[in-house]
Every structure is written in C-alpha cells, then in structure tokens.
Design a protein around this ligand. Structure first.
Ligand code: NAD
Ligand code: UDP
Length: 317
C-alpha cells in the first residue's frame, strides 16, 4: 500500500488533470485541485466533490499559493492552440510565473514537483522521432511561441531550481493526448474530428493533411505521470511520454469517420502558421526508466472517446 500523501494538482479541472485527480484519490492520496477554469470545468471533477480526500480551489497559478503539500503536479496551462493563442501573454505568464510559484512552493514544503512539459519544446522538429537529447526547432516570435517558449522557460526554471536548490523535479514531455473530458470546443484535432463526425459535419483537415501526430490515450498518459513521480529521485527527466504510433491527419479523419459510422466527408482548410510537419516520440527512456509504454491502441481509445462525446452531446438515443 502506497502511504497517503497530500498532492496538489494545478490545472486539475482540465482534461488530463481530472483523470489524474481520480487516479490519485483511487490510490488513497489527498488531492488539492487548483484551477482558474480558463479551459477546465468544475463538471470534470464534479464526481470527486463528495470524496472527503478531495478539495477544489479556484486559483490562478500566476499568483503565489500558500498550502502544505508533499507532491505537486503542475498541469495548469491551456494546451489547445486555439485557446493558448487567445491570450498569448497570459499563456506565457501561466507557464513562467506558474512554474516560479510552484517551484517556490515545492522549495518551502520540500515537495517533489512534476512539470507537464510538451513535445512542443521540439517545435517543428528536424529529427524524427524526437529523443530527449534533441534541442528543438522553435520559432521564438511565432504564434505558437507563447506556449512553446513558455514551456521551454519552465523547463529551464525546473532544472535551475534542481541544480541551485536541490529540488526533486520530474519533467515529462507530453505528446498529443486525447480521451474523455476533452471539451467539445477544445479545438484540438481529435475532439474537433469526433464532434464534427458525430454531428454529420465535414471534418476540417488543415493543410493537405499529410502532417503527422502520435496520439496517446489519457489513461496511459496518467500512468506515465504516476510512474515518473514515483521514480527514484535521480530521475529528473525530461522524459518523453506519448504513443509512438504515428498517423497523418487524413488517416485520423478517415478512422474517426469510420468509427463514428458518419456520413461526413473531409474538407480542407489553410494550415496555421508554424504547424509542425511531423511528430513522434522516442520513448526509449520511458521504457527503460519507468518500465512504461502505452497499452491502448488508437482505434480503441477513439472508440472510448467517441462514446464519451456521444453522451456529452446528448446523441445516445
Ligand atoms: P486543458 O486545457 O484541458 O487543461 C489545462 C487546465 O489548466 C485547465 O483546467 C485550465 O483551466 C487550467 N489553467 C490554465 N491556466 C491556468 C492558470 N493560470 N491558473 C490555474 N489554472 C489554469 O489541457 P490538458 O490537455 O489537460 O493539458 C494539461 C497539461 O498538459 C498542460 O500543461 C498542457 O500544456 C500539457 N500537455 C498536454 C498535451 C495534450 O495533448 N493534452 C500535450 C502536451 C502537454
Ligand atoms: N488539425 C486539423 N484539423 C483540426 C484541428 C487540427 O487538421 O480541426 C491539425 C493541426 O493543423 C495539426 C494537427 O491537427 O497539424 C494537431 O493539431 P492540434 O491542435 O490537435 O495539436 P498540435 O499538435 O498542433 O498542438
């Protein structure tokens, strides 16, 4: 039995955070979920509110937080390009000031601290698949920079707090993740395609749809988070977490149409600027250090996500 800990999850009312809160409570920990509801929703954690081990706090991580905790998972940050580009200054502040505040909290509490970093630190990669040693190819002044550079600066802060103050840090580079509790208006590709297919609307493929992504089901991702947090203190990361299965956006659209048994067709829209052409994680480190690899194939994960959206959109009858 794992001893009970007081665990802070920032961004806990978001898509991945809500699953993480559930798993931590299942393991017997006390969970303090902090969120400003920018992209997250109270409904994502409504089923946890009656659990005496769960506490929900509306708070913006760009401001200091004074609580007593043993572990911190720092997930607060909008993750969808549509939302993080909506208020880019706030996005950078959330990553940078949020990291400073959570690292300061971890230092005072002597807590272990996990950072939800991203494959976006690799930008539009020139090395494929991407290993952790690759330094990336990021446009520092483009429309994705508020997110990419914010996350890169957060990684810098994590490693400087580790070297300078001896903090126990855990940095995960998360690749595209999908599953239940994504918002129908999230704007990311999996939720967009499923919602469009279920509504019988055309699926909006940006560009020619040959760009690739590798999609990880949320349960696998959360398992990776827990293993990284539980790993030996010498394991700081960064560690790539993602599913190496690589698909083009046209392949994804066709799979979603088939699984939804939808009459929808594909329609093509302009490619947003700086959209990475290829992305696939090299997960050798995660396998070796955490004995972790994804277990849910894309079709199965999509089927579960489609079932969630059908219910969410009231299309079950
Ligand atoms: P999400 O948008 O559903 O969740 C982010 C949560 O953070 C939301 O609940 C939002 O309200 C909250 N938040 C945003 N700004 C905040 C602030 N200033 N203070 C407090 N809360 C704030 O996104 P997600 O997919 O669940 O992503 C969770 C984390 O994982 C993010 O840090 C994201 O960058 C990272 N990540 C996700 C993916 C993915 O594919 N889902 C990929 C790479 C990295
Ligand atoms: N995309 C698309 N149609 C959509 C939404 C996204 O073709 O309706 C493409 C987008 O241009 C990108 C890929 O899907 O190439 C993944 O986009 P997403 O916003 O999910 O995440 P990203 O990996 O780009 O951060």
């Amino acid at each position: 039995m794992i001893p009970e800990k007081r665990v802070l999850v920032t961004g806990g009312a978001g898509f991945i955070g809500s699953h993480l809160c559930s798993r931590l409570l299942d393991q017997g920990h006390e969970v303090l979920c902090v969120d400003n509801y920018f992209t997250g929703r109270r409904q994502n954690v409504a089923h946890l509110l009656s659990n005496p081990g769960f506490e929900l706090l509306r708070h913006d991580v760009t401001f200091p937080l004074y609580v007593e905790v043993d572990e911190i998972y720092n997930l607060a940050c909008p993750a969808s390009p549509v939302h993080y580009q909506n208020d880019p200054v706030q996005t950078t502040k959330t990553s940078v000031h949020g990291a400073i505040n959570m690292l300061g909290l971890a230092k005072r509490c002597r807590a272990k601290v996990f950072q939800a970093s991203t494959s976006e630190v690799y930008g539009d990669p020139s090395i494929h698949p991407q290993p952790e040693e690759y330094w990336g190819n990021v446009n520092p002044i483009g429309i994705r920079a508020c997110y990419d550079e914010g996350k890169r600066c957060a990684e810098t802060l994590f490693f400087d707090y580790h070297r300078q103050h001896g903090l126990r840090i855990k940095v995960a580079r998360i690749f595209n993740t999908y599953g239940p509790n994504m918002h129908p208006n999230d704007g990311r590709v999996v939720s967009n395609f499923i919602v469009q297919a279920l509504r019988g609307e055309d699926l909006t493929v940006y560009g020619d749809g040959t760009q690739t992504r590798a999609f990880c089901y949320v349960d696998d991702m959360v398992e990776g988070f827990l293993r990284l947090m539980a790993s030996d203190d010498t394991v700081t990361g960064p560690v790539n977490l993602g599913n190496p299965g690589e698909f083009t956006m046209v392949e994804l659209a066709e799979a979603v149409i088939r699984l939804c048994k939808s009459p929808s067709r594909i329609t093509y829209r302009p490619l947003p600027s700086d959209d990475p052409k290829q992305r696939q994680p090299d997960i050798t480190k995660a396998k070796e250090l955490l004995d972790w690899q994804p277990t849910v194939p894309l079709e199965e994960g999509l089927a579960r996500t489609i079932a969630y959206f059908k219910q969410r959109l009231g299309l079950n009858s």
